[in-house]
Design a protein around this ligand. Structure first.
Ligand code: IPE
Ligand code: IPE
Ligand code: MG
Length: 235
């Protein structure tokens, strides 16, 4: 089986899953966070090198206050515990998104987590928090124009590689496979530049129920695809 080097996941359906079980939405988020850990382990065992999950979008601030607060509390704890998890399984963890929009203590936890795991040689695990692809491109563009103004490069040096170097995912290869759980078939402002040639996989399974078996199914489906990149099929 050809295992994708980089899998991106839109983990969706926590709220609906909880409702189906007669529980509050936040219970779904707690279960969803637990499942992230499981899938990190399984993905690495299957041979995946990069995993990027969407945990909180720039649009998610428009959810009810109590839900945003609960999600931030969950992320806060997650960042703290993740230092130990990353130590144990050698993951390198990076956060993509606008960190400056998060509470200061969360920013500090993120800095600690990124610093303590930066030399780990296991799974490259990216978590998108306060992430929106349009916002990422605009932030990158601002930085790029500033560098241009300071004569750090000339206009004819601006190519795709250069632009990419200003994105949050600068050192990370583009995803080979995008998985979105829970039935929705949209990108929701996730990795718009990076997904240019990514294979898309949608499943009705809600995120808290997304198991190793479901991950294998997605990879098998990916294997049946005919990736062309604009060329013709190699026989
Ligand atoms: C995904 O589950 C987690 C986040 C967006 C934080 P949702 O909270 O979107 O769950 P549904 O889509 O309402 O079921
Ligand atoms: C996308 O899920 C964002 C995350 C998974 C963090 P949403 O559930 O927020 O997306 P929409 O609103 O249904 O497009
Ligand atoms: Mg949703």
């Amino acid at each position: 089986m050809n295992v994708p080097q980089h899998i991106a996941i839109i983990l969706d359906g926590n709220g609906r899953w909880a409702k189906q079980h007669g529980m509050p939405r936040n219970f779904g988020h707690t279960q969803g966070a637990k499942n992230v850990e499981t899938i990190c382990r399984e993905a690495w065992n299957l041979g995946v090198k990069y995993l990027t999950v969407y945990a909180f979008s720039t649009e998610n601030w428009s959810r009810p206050r109590e839900e945003v607060d609960a999600l931030m509390k969950l992320l806060r704890n997650y960042m703290k515990n993740c230092v130990k998890t990353a130590e144990k399984n050698h993951m390198r963890v990076r956060i993509i998104g606008d960190k400056t929009g998060l509470d200061e203590d969360i920013q500090e936890s993120i800095a600690r987590l990124e610093e303590s795991s930066k030399d780990h040689d296991g799974l490259n695990f990216q978590i998108a928090i306060n992430y929106g692809s349009r916002d990422e491109m605009l932030r990158g563009m601002r930085k790029m124009l500033q560098d241009y103004k300071e004569d750090k490069f000339s206009l004819n040096e601006l190519n795709e590689t250069k632009f990419q170097s200003y994105l949050d995912t600068a050192d990370i290869p583009d995803p080979d496979l995008l998985i979105r759980t829970s039935g929705e078939q949209r990108i929701s402002n996730y990795l718009l530049w990076q997904l240019a040639y990514t294979e898309l996989y949608f499943t009705n399974v809600p995120w808290p129920d997304f198991t190793k078996e479901e991950l294998v199914k997605a990879i098998e489906d990916y294997n049946s695809r005919d990736r062309r990149y604009g060329g013709i099929k190699e026989e």
